[in-house]
Design a binder for this molecule. Structure first.
Ligand SMILES: [Zn+2]
Length: 87
């Protein structure tokens, strides 16, 4: 997951996540037109972790399939698809 960061051109098209502090490509961030740079301050991985930790509060149960397929499409492993290594 981190190889794309190490591949050089670190300053071009990258953004530092406000949560984990890592420098990541812009496509590792969700878009947000409300933000000055057009992207969320948190990377997708941090957003995924945040949502998973607070999903009971943030998302109604019947939406679980929806957000899971959403993160899947975004290329974020939720850890719930892999059998045997869930925790
Ligand atoms: Zn992050």
């Amino acid at each position: 997951m981190n190889e794309e960061i190490e591949r050089g051109n670190a300053m071009v098209g990258m953004k530092r996540c406000r949560n984990c502090g890592r420098l990541k490509l812009y496509r590792r961030f969700h878009r947000n037109a409300m933000r000055a740079d057009g992207h969320q301050p948190w990377c997708k991985e941090c957003m995924a972790k945040y949502y998973m930790r607070n999903r009971d509060r943030l998302l109604p149960k019947h939406n679980e399939a929806a957000w899971r397929s959403y993160f899947k499409r975004a290329g974020i492993p939720t850890g719930e698809n892999k059998k045997g290594k869930a925790r």
